[in-house]
Design a protein around this ligand. Structure first.
Ligand SMILES: Nc1ncnc2c1ncn2[C@@H]1O[C@H](COP(=O)(O)OP(=O)(O)O)[C@@H](O)[C@H]1O
Ligand code: SF4
Ligand SMILES: [Mg+2]
Length: 345
């Protein structure tokens, strides 16, 4: 396998996402009522920098997997664009087939991702063959990768998925993703189904592979502790939008968005000194078919003011390393805790 992919400057984006939207249409009932759309992803902008891990967190249903599937072009966006290394995905400069080789994905369900009738060696060798690598070379590469992810080829190459544990199957899925020598891997709850001890091993394997192959990760998980351990920066999603994005340290030490703060305070803390007084999150996010007006978090926000149901927050810079969409941080927004515009300069 290639050595390190070119990593460029420290702050070069590998992936740029602008105005990404996915509205799933709802079926009408027989009388023609209903219809409407599920606003699963509703105007999302972010960058993934070369060589970094961008973590993505948020409660279930907030659009993390839909974002991943949009990035992988598994579903078509309602609006928005995805740019990979300076080239529009699916455009003349970067056809989908080429993009799909460069960006790979690992899902939560280790079993569903593997063909039960292929040995794991054949599973890993399959992708490269589709992309024109000769069978001998593809099998050779598969065996190297199986060894690299901790599955000794002598023992494992000829086995079938049902003969492996969940952790071993996820190692196969990781090897399979790497077989095409991608530059970026999207991990959607890839370790979430594993037992804690196995999870820790697979996380450390992912970190080793990232360093060895110069990979860039988008790491999606509902587990905030795991995301902090893995990520350089973190993006917090709420109801199909980005609430806050910033460096992992800044975000965990000084969360700026009330939703981030509530998420963190509902997380089981490793360190009792760091427990906050803040109210943890109550209830579930509202339905993305009819999201709340103004700031979507307002019905659950402890700091909501009347303006919060009327005005959509813009994304503003908060601190040195964070951007946040909350009216408290927007000078002149009319939220009583926001600075007045005159003071803002
Ligand atoms: N194919 C689909 N059709 C209709 N609604 C969908 C579809 N896929 C996802 N959704 C809805 O979109 C929202 C976001 O889902 P998802 O991206 O899976 O969230 P997450 O991964 O953060 O849990 C949810 O309300 C979910 O029910
Ligand atoms: S804009 Fe208002 S409701 Fe939304 S997070 Fe900020 S304070 Fe809470
Ligand atoms: Mg999901």
């Amino acid at each position: 396998m290639d050595a390190i992919n070119d990593i460029g400057g420290p702050a070069q984006p590998l992936l740029t996402v602008r105005g990404l939207q996915k509205h799933f249409p709802l079926k009408k009932d027989p009388l023609g009522r209903g219809g409407g759309v599920v606003r699963a992803v509703d105007g999302v902008d972010f960058e993934v920098l070369k060589g970094e891990t961008l973590g993505v967190v948020g409660e279930s249903g907030c659009g993390k997997s839909t974002t991943a599937r949009l990035l992988m072009q598994l579903i078509a966006p309602t609006a928005g664009e995805v740019i990979f290394d300076g080239r529009a995905v699916g455009g003349r400069d970067l056809p989908l087939k080429e993009f799909r080789r460069r960006v790979q994905m690992v899902f939560q369900d280790s079993y569903a991702s593997l063909n039960p009738r292929l040995t794991i060696e054949d599973s890993v060798a399959f992708g490269p063959q589709v992309h024109g690598v000769a069978r001998n070379e593809a099998v050779h590469r598969a065996r190297d990768l199986l060894a690299r992810v901790g599955l000794e080829p002598q023992r494992f190459a000829e086995r079938y998925p049902h003969e492996l544990s969940g952790g071993q199957r996820q190692r196969v899925n990781i090897a399979r993703a790497l077989a095409l020598q991608p530059r970026m891997v999207i991990l959607d709850e890839a370790v979430s189904a594993l037992d804690k001890s196995v999870e820790a091993q697979v996380i450390n394997l992912l970190l080793d592979l990232k360093a060895e192959f110069g990979l860039t990760y988008l790491f999606i998980s509902h587990d905030l502790n795991v995301v902090r351990y893995m990520s350089d920066r973190v993006m917090v999603m709420y109801l199909g939008q980005v609430a806050e994005i910033g460096s992992s340290n800044a975000l965990y030490e000084a969360p700026a968005h009330p939703y981030t703060r509530a998420l963190l305070s509902s997380m089981p803390s490793m360190d009792p000194d760091h427990r906050t007084e803040e109210a943890a999150l109550a209830g579930d996010p509202p339905n993305p078919i009819n999201p709340p007006s103004g700031c979507r978090f307002h019905p659950r926000c402890a700091l909501a003011a009347p303006v919060c149901s009327q005005r959509v927050p813009a994304r503003v810079v908060a601190g040195a390393q964070q951007a946040v969409s909350c009216l408290i941080h927007e000078p002149g927004s009319g939220h009583p805790m926001a600075r007045a515009l005159a003071q803002a300069a």
